[in-house]
Structures are given as C-alpha cells and as structure tokens.
Design a protein around this ligand. Structure first.
Ligand code: S3P
Length: 423
C-alpha cells in the first residue's frame, strides 16, 4: 500500500460535545467552527434542541450557531442519546442542576453501558434518579438545588469527571474529584478555565472546581480529532511507502498516549507547526511507514489512549513480538465489549490474540490478514480493521463500515483518498 497526501480529519468529538453543552449554558448566541458533524455530535445537538436550545444544522465545513435560552426547559419526551456515551453522561451532569424531570435513553449498545457511576455521585449532590437498582439506560433524572461534592471516581473517566464538573457549574457548587490511575482527557477543565473558573489539579490526583466563573457567549474553533487521525496514522505506518500529512490535529497531552506507544513500537510520526488554540494544543501530524516492534502498554497509560486500543491492537498484529495491553477492562463497557471483539476478530484474520479479564495480548504476524470482521456496530472496531485490510495481500471484509459515521463522517472516502484503494 502506498499512502500519500494531505487530509484534514473531522473535528474533535470530545471538544464538540463540550462546546455544544457550554454554548447551551451561555444564555446567548455562540458560533462553533470545525465542529464534528458525526452521529454522536448530532445526538448532543438533538438532545439540546429538546431542552429548548437553538442548535443550527451540523454541516461539514459550516459553522454551527447555538442560541441558548435564559434557562433550559423540560423536554416533551425522552432524550435519545443514540450511540453516544458522552451525550448521556455529560447530559446527566447538566440536567442534575435543572429543576425538571427528563428521561435519557439510547440505542441498544448505549442502554447497556454503566450509568450508575455517574448517577450515584449526582444523587449525593441532590439530584433525584430513577431507577436506582438497574445500571444502564433509560434513566430518569430530576434536577434541583445541588450540594458540594468530594468524590473518588471508581475509574479514570473524562465522561464521569466532566459530568460532575458540569453539575458543579450548573449548581454553582464546589466539586472535588479524584481519578484512580492516570489522567483522563481534560477538555472540560480547559474550557472551564477559559470561562474564568478556578480549576485546580493536585499531584495526588484531586481536581477541584470553584464555581466562580461564568459561561458567557463565545466563538471557538474545534481542532481535528486525534482519535480519528489515529486510523490514518495507522494506515501511514503500515504503508510500504509514502508520507501522509494531517494538519490541525488536537495534541492535548491527555490524548496523545497513542503517539507515545506508537513511537515506542518504532512508528515515525512528527508534530509540526505546534500552536495553542482556545487553550488546546494543536499541531500538524506527519507520518511515514515504519517496521514495528511489540511493546507493553501499562495501566496508567490507558486513560490517555482509551479510544486507540483497537487501532493499536491492529498495529500490534503487524509488529514483531507479543504486545500486551494491561488494565484495559474498561474496554469491555465501551460501544461494544472491545476486548472480546478485538481478540475474536484478530483471530478471524489469522492473528494470535487473546483477551482475559482486563488484559489483551496480540502477537504480530507478517502474513497477509484474511477473514471476516464482526463489528457489532462499533465504529472504532470497524475503522481499525478496515485499515488492516489495506496491507499488501490482505483480504479483510468488515461487516458494517457504515458505523464509522458515529465518529468519523466520510471515513471510507478519507481512507480511499490517502491510499488510492477502492472498496
Ligand atoms: C470521552 C471520554 C472517553 C472516551 C469517549 C469520549 C469524553 O470515555 O472513550 O470516546 O469525551 O469524555 P471515558 O471517559 O468514559 O473513558
């Protein structure tokens, strides 16, 4: 495979969700450029519209205008979060401080994902949540006056941390949370600082919010999503020749664990033209093909590459030796049980791989991968194996590449544009 050219990746999913949510709280008119237009971003936009927020159409290349009312209003029906865990969890945080009842639901995958980790601390803050006995969606939340919170998170999760910080913002109460191991992405904290909130981080992992800022109307530009870029970086790495440029990608250090691990494996990725935009580091990525060696990925590294385990596992299947991903149990409650699906699909294309409890092993192979991939509708599984299917001699059939629309609109065309290969 030859990979060459310059391609702009879609806007960052995490930052897009947060920009839309903060805009909804701004009591004014906001403009967001570079926003992601994928199904997940549309879920957040749709939920906000049902709460009385004017959210313009999400169209590629166009700015989105958000017109926020004085206060969010009770929805006239369930809030459908689609496939988006971020919409549901951050949404719960926002709704906890609003004095009305809303029911959040989602697709089959999202309904089985754990929500109690979010609702439990929100109940402590003063929100009413039904049902309390079953984990997952649907969940009905009745917001109200909130109390300050001090809470140790059971897992390092930016969705959970972000939900609690947002509850602090809407409830105007201090919040202190601690993540167990490794820092999850800090986009919420950066945006809060941008709005003048006092956000502190201590060496022992405590993050503190003082409710002393104000979310005012704003304009912002969303950088490219490094989690989407990762699939094209993988294609550029596995290529036989060429050079790929991905301009304007967010390189927030809580998101670049993938690049650290890839470089440790021998990957050749340079960051050019580094800059800061609205408090977020951004750079152009330049990728060249490289032979890879296996590595060990440790527990504390996982929050910084949580969404990149599928693509790293695929890269590991082309590396020399056995790569081990430690403490990746959280992947079992993502859009699919990603550990099981990764091991099964790697074996289906002739690679030695295994997943047990919270560990994943992948032994690299240089024979062409051949076989059928079952995605269970998981966008990142689909994209990772579609990239693997581009190595020389491969014959990999992904059962549903359409699910890539969840996070990367136009992924097949983007991959085709840089590899020149058809589908
Ligand atoms: C996200 C956080 C991550 C990630 C998800 C987006 C966010 O989930 O997997 O794609 O925007 O906060 P966790 O924080 O639950 O690991």
């Amino acid at each position: 495979m030859i990979v060459r050219g310059t391609i702009t990746v879609p806007g960052d999913k995490s930052i897009t969700h947060r920009a839309l949510l903060f805009a909804a709280l701004s009591r004014g008119s906001c403009l967001i450029s570079g926003a992601l237009t994928s199904l997940d971003a549309r879920s957040t936009a749709a939920v906000l519209r049902r709460l009385g927020v004017g959210v313009g159409a999400l169209r590629r290349g166009a700015r989105v205008r958000v017109v926020a009312p004085e206060a969010l209003s009770a929805p006239d029906g369930p809030l459908d979060c689609g496939n988006s865990g971020t919409t549901a969890r951050l949404g719960l945080g926002v709704l906890a401080g609003h004095p009305f009842r809303s029911t959040l639901t989602g697709d089959r995958s999202l309904r089985r994902r754990p929500m109690r980790r979010v609702t439990e601390p929100l109940v402590l803050m003063g929100a009413g949540v039904e049902p309390s006995e079953r984990d997952g969606l649907p969940v009905t939340i009745t917001g109200g006056r909130l109390r300050p919170l001090r809470w140790e998170l059971p897992v390092s999760s930016a969705q959970l941390k972000g939900a609690l910080l947002l509850a602090g913002v809407v409830g105007r109460v201090p919040v202190r949370v601690r993540e167990p191991a490794g820092r999850s992405r800090d986009h919420t904290e950066r945006l809060l600082r941008w709005f003048g909130y006092g956000v502190t981080e201590s060496d022992d992992g405590w993050i503190g919010l003082e409710p002393d800022g104000e979310v005012v109307p704003f304009s912002m530009a969303v950088p490219g999503d490094i989690s989407s870029a990762a699939f094209l970086v993988a294609a550029g790495t596995l290529a036989d020749e060429g050079e790929l440029r991905l301009p304007g990608v967010g390189v927030n250090p809580t998101r670049t664990g993938f690049l650290d691990v890839l470089r440790r494996m021998g990957g050749q990725v340079d960051l050019e033209n580094p800059r800061i935009a609205q408090g977020e580091p951004v750079a152009d990525l330049v990728v060249r093909p490289a032979p890879l060696q296996a590595t060990q990925v440790s527990g504390p590294e996982i929050p910084g590459l949580i969404d990149e385990v599928p693509v790293l596992a695929v890269l590991a299947s082309r590396a020399q030796g056995t790569t081990v991903f430690h403490e990746v149990g959280e992947l079992r409650v993502k859009e699919s049980d990603r550990l099981r699906l990764l091991a099964e699909n790697l074996r289906a294309v002739g690679v030695e791989a295994d997943a047990a409890d919270s560990t994943l092993w992948v032994t690299g192979d240089d024979r062409p991968p051949r076989g059928r991939i079952v995605t269970e509708g998981d966008h990142r599984i689909a994209m990772a194996f579609e990239v693997l299917g581009r190595v020389r001699g491969a014959a990999v059939a992904v059962d549903d590449l359409g699910c890539a629309e969840v996070s990367f609109p136009g992924f097949p065309a983007a991959l085709r544009a840089v590899t020149g290969a058809g589908r």
